[in-house]
Design a protein around this ligand. Structure first.
Ligand code: GLA
Length: 388
């Protein structure tokens, strides 16, 4: 089925579940995409550059306003669990239904920012693989913010939608993520990646050449201690910035870093990844624009090595997948780990004739080596959150 047909079918299911749970028809439908980052890892919370694109996998919502100050949320992908909370009482965390905290968090941030909201009935479903590092949670945050934005005419910009989602994740869910995932889910553009300056939040669309396909390879390696490791990396970066008396690593350069005395070796290594990765984002955006696959190949390979050796966030399964793709495609495409790390996915940019053989080579060797099967997603760069 085409993506549009799949989405129509999913909305029919969503409407039926909405009708059954809430005894009414939904008034509107919204979809927010997941994302894959082409380059620029762990740079967003350092005020640096990233180059993600939204993908044609979405979280979907069917919604209707309510006259009472009550929010009711039905999650089709969680056995039709229902979460209910009031707007006129303190919004607490829902320990029994963790998915609900992305909704609760966003609503709490909207209220804290002074927006005037009423109640809402919401039914949710989606086809972004969960726990794979493709930002299903960020898409849910952006989706919920946009539902309230639209139905209550709050006048929130796409950038602010993203900041609201990030604040909900930081303060309500407790993950200290940067703004990349929410910003690309809010502002993505079909056929394009976005180069984002995470300090100014300015974005620049960069067309993905029609000769290159986006293949996402999920290692299916179970994540362990991801949030703890993520927060530790973030602290090490902040230690390095503070050592130079800077608010973020954005203003530091590699020469200054190399000449530093008194900075611990680990924080220095982490900072070196961030600084070199920022430069690679700029070079990759240019290479993408020119359709220069040899340069893309080089930049993606260097990014992977930096994540493996300086930032130390890759695992053997991911290193194997990246090396296997790189060996096959050479300078005609590129591959690297994408996302926060410690498992998750590899992103590859591949010419048409490599798309199927690369998957075959992986299937032939990965399971024998690691006892795991990889999952493949061929994706199109897609638009940000929208009414459907
Ligand atoms: C996660 C976070 C993002 C970003 C990436 C790493 O996806 O949510 O903010 O830091 O990791 O680049």
């Amino acid at each position: 089925m085409s993506d549009t047909k799949t989405m129509q079918h999913d909305f029919q299911q969503l409407d039926a579940a909405f009708q059954q749970a809430f005894q009414a028809q939904p008034a509107q439908h919204f979809a927010a995409p997941g994302r894959v980052n082409l380059l620029g890892e762990h740079t967003d919370y350092n005020g640096g550059f990233v180059l993600p694109c939204a993908i044609d996998r979405h979280t979907l919502a069917a919604v209707q306003v309510r006259r009472t100050p009550l929010v009711r949320v039905l999650a089709l992908d969680y056995g039709q669990q229902l979460d209910t909370f009031r707007l006129d009482e303190p919004i607490e965390s829902n320990e029994a239904q963790p998915w609900a905290n992305y909704v609760r968090g966003v609503v709490q941030v909207l209220l804290a920012r002074g927006y005037v909201l009423g109640g809402m009935d919401i039914a949710l479903s989606g086809n972004i693989p969960q726990g794979a590092g493709l930002s299903s949670s960020a898409s849910l945050e952006v989706l919920i913010a946009q539902c309230f934005n639209d139905l209550y005419a709050l006048g929130i910009s796409r950038t602010e939608l993203a900041l609201i989602g990030q604040q909900a994740e930081n303060e309500f869910v407790g993950c200290m993520c940067g703004v990349m995932d929410q910003l690309i889910s809010a502002s993505g553009m079909a056929g394009h990646a976005l180069m984002i300056d995470c300090r100014s939040l300015e974005t620049r669309p960069v067309a993905i050449p029609p000769t290159l396909n986006i293949l996402i390879i999920d290692s299916n390696k179970p994540h362990a201690h991801v949030d703890g490791e993520y927060n530790t990396r973030r602290q090490q970066c902040e230690t390095a910035a503070a050592h130079f008396g800077m608010a973020s690593l954005r203003d530091l350069d590699l020469t200054q870093l190399a000449g530093a005395s008194g900075l611990d070796a680990l924080s220095a290594k982490r900072a070196r990844h961030v600084l070199s990765e920022n430069a690679r984002v700029l070079a990759t955006a240019e290479a993408l624009q020119r359709g220069d696959s040899a340069e893309l190949s080089k930049q993606m390979a260097a990014s992977h090595i930096s994540m493996r050796d300086d930032f130390e966030i890759t695992v053997p399964e991911i290193d194997w997948l990246v090396a296997t793709v790189q060996d096959y495609v050479g300078e005609r495409g590129g591959a690297r780990m994408t996302g926060g790390g410690f498992g998750g996915c590899v992103v590859a940019l591949l010419p048409d004739d490599a798309l199927v053989p690369v998957q075959q080579v992986i299937m032939a060797g990965y399971e024998a080596e690691f006892g795991l099967q990889a999952t493949f997603y061929v994706c199109q760069a897609s638009a940000g959150v929208s009414e459907v």
